[in-house]
Design a protein around this ligand. Structure first.
Ligand code: SAH
Ligand code: SF4
Length: 358
């Protein structure tokens, strides 16, 4: 079985030619896949029936995600889906909408996709990390999450404006499928979103960040730092090496020099663990003159015995960074009541249904 959403436009052309069809059939399929979002081959009516039958006979299918559960936040701005993959594995994806005056009333619609089922990195505060690693996701399964939301948005006359690889899993630990998904999503004859509208978030696999820089794409990179020193970082990110903080600062710089895109450092703020004023000062010194941006994410308490800091502590942390000359933002709270943090919905639902969803 091959999902047509896996195939890059050039591969689609090779396929139709191989099956004795004219080249333009590839464009007919691509147009249907990325503008009409068909459920199956029978919905691509432009194709002759016998060609559709041939594709089915050869094992080609469309789509690898089925909606298992949907929750919307009270303000309607966050929608979280639990999607079942073809092997019935549930994964989660989130749509976050922000109203923007600049876009003439059209909301910014950001899709957060998962790249792995579970995660092997074991970050102690992360629900996905605590469930362990199940498997890598295929490019078509990553793209399928975007398509699922694109179809929902199309029905409202809206469209996907941004994609962030910040759902379940570590995208750079599933490198080749992540890159293929980005190619499919950004190809002008594929989904066609601009590279600058995609951000990949990584826990910081240094060799993979270097490889990514060498791809010379214009995608944004976010590195999850969480601590200004290795002792603290290793406590939060057990897979981090003994010198990871310095290495990550260096690879962030290299990413900027190679691609021209500034890196964002992410920092989950955890009460009494990494939110103290002296830690903020250490972080400001570390990032001084680095030109990077830091995004503070007040913890969504999910795993372990960790809490979100009080608002005044978050503001104080931000103030210290700001006074230290660091470009800093605090992530806007979105969808907390619907478990919109990484890996949380799946955990909640699996608990509720006593694992019957698997
Ligand atoms: N594996 C990648 C991408 C997925 S996690 C990474 O770690 O970067 C995306 C972001 O969500 C990361 O910055 C991660 O630290 C953060 N995150 C995970 N669990 C969280 C929680 N409970 N509260 C707040 N942020 C969390
Ligand atoms: Fe994996 Fe990212 Fe969660 Fe760490 S924070 S366990 S790398 S998904």
């Amino acid at each position: 079985m091959t999902d047509l959403y896996r195939m890059l436009p050039e591969e689609m052309e090779d396929l139709v030619l191989e099956l004795g069809q004219p080249r333009f059939r590839a464009d007919q399929i691509l147009y249907a896949l990325y503008y009409k979002f068909p459920k199956d081959l029978s919905e691509i009516k432009q194709l002759p029936l016998e060609f559709r039958e041939k594709l089915t006979e050869k094992g080609f299918t469309i789509g690898s995600t089925k909606e298992a559960h949907r929750v919307e936040s009270e303000d309607g701005e966050t929608t979280k889906l639990l999607l079942n993959l073809n092997d019935e594995t549930p994964v989660e994806s989130v749509l976050m909408q922000y109203k923007s005056k600049k876009m003439f009333g059209h909301p910014r619609s950001t899709i957060c996709v998962s790249t792995q089922v579970g995660c092997a990195m074991g970050c102690v505060f992360c629900a996905t990390g605590q469930m362990g690693f199940e498997r890598n996701m295929k490019a078509e399964e990553i793209v399928g999450q975007v398509i699922h939301f694109a179809k929902i948005l199309l029905e409202k006359g809206q469209h996907v404006t941004n994609i962030v690889f910040m759902g379940m899993g570590e995208p750079l630990a599933n490198y080749s499928e992540t890159i293929r998904a980005i190619q499919l999503l950004t190809h002008p004859r594929g989904f066609g979103i601009g590279q600058r509208h995609i951000t990949v978030s990584t826990i910081g696999i240094v060799s993979a960040i270097e490889k990514l820089a060498d791809e010379k794409m214009q995608i944004g990179l976010a590195i999850s730092l969480h601590a200004p020193n290795d002792k603290l970082r290793q406590r939060l990110v057990p897979t981090a090496g003994p010198d990871s903080v310095k290495e990550l600062i260096k690879s962030g710089k290299n990413y900027f020099l190679t691609t021209g895109r500034r890196v964002t450092f992410e920092y989950a703020l955890i009460e009494g663990v990494n939110d103290m004023p002296e830690i903020a000062e250490e972080l400001a010194l570390l990032l001084k003159d680095n030109g990077s941006h830091i995004n503070l994410i007040p913890l969504n308490p999910t795993a372990g015995d960790f809490n979100r800091p009080a608002r005044k502590n978050v503001i104080e942390f931000e103030r210290i960074l700001y006074n230290g000359g660091i470009n800093c933002t605090v992530r806007v709270e979105k969808g907390t009541e619907i478990s919109a943090a990484c890996g949380q919905l799946r955990t909640d639902i699996l608990e509720k249904y006593n694992n019957t969803i698997n």
